[in-house]
Design a protein around this ligand. Structure first.
Ligand SMILES: [Mg+2]
Length: 233
């Protein structure tokens, strides 16, 4: 499809959704990583908050958009903070973005399977799904931890096709991360939607080269899936 057009639902057999910033408010993750983690790291090390941030920033930067960036075990080792326990402690702050439930219901009613495609570590996505009750919507949950490659990496998409009998060109995929969206486009995911307002407490982020919406319900209505043989026009 042209880069900036509304999705062609007639070409969509399966819907792949990101979790944080797409279905859920990224304010949770921004609070956890930008406020809670530096504050606890500062306390553990006897540092000022500024010094803690200065020590953590290059460690985050060094692995940005690679598997360790998303690996909570890596950050537990790096900081001495139990990241799984921190997610459990803060999970009452997890919020579903407006419009997400309406979209999930509409996709399911259309007859299309929903898959959760996330870079979140299991100790992150599990408490979020438990808190929000969203797990029952998803036929599959495919995390980068399972495929040992983040969504920014072509190997994630290859793994998704090979291990899950999925055809990327027949999927709609929504995500809020530019490097992820670019990787999905490069691999050949059929319909791509950029989420331009992932954190409700911050301003929207424009995308000029992807079709973008602030909330998933802007993709409604979802017409019923018309089954037809693969490869036919
Ligand atoms: Mg995201």
């Amino acid at each position: 499809m042209p880069a900036n057009s509304f999705p062609d639902w007639s070409a969509v057999r399966c819907v792949l959704l990101d979790l944080d910033g797409t279905l859920l408010d990224l304010a949770f993750d921004n609070h956890l990583w930008n406020e809670a983690v530096p504050a606890r790291f500062a306390r553990r090390r006897g540092l000022s908050l500024e010094a803690a941030r200065a020590e953590l920033a290059p460690r985050f930067h060094a692995v940005a958009h690679t598997l360790p960036w998303y690996d909570l075990d890596h950050w537990t080792r790096q900081t001495g903070i139990d990241m799984a326990a921190l997610h459990q402690e803060l999970r009452p702050r997890v919020r579903v973005l407006d419009g997400s439930l309406a979209f999930l219901d509409a996709v399911r009613a259309s007859g299309r399977p929903l898959w959760l495609t996330t870079n979140a570590h299991p100790d992150s996505w599990r408490p979020k799904l438990e808190q929000t009750g969203l797990a029952h919507y998803f036929e599959r949950i495919v995390s980068s931890n399972d495929l040992q490659a983040p969504k920014e990496d072509r190997r994630y998409w290859q793994g998704l096709e090979e291990r899950h009998d999925m055809v990327a060109s027949e999927c709609l995929f929504a995500d809020d991360s530019r490097p992820v969206l670019e990787a999905a486009r490069a691999f050949g995911v059929g319909q791509i939607v950029a989420m331009n307002h992932p954190d409700s407490t911050r301003p929207p982020r424009p995308f000029s080269d992807f079709y973008s919406v602030p909330r998933l319900h802007h993709l409604l209505p979802v017409p019923p899936l018309q089954l037809r043989p693969r490869g036919s026009a």
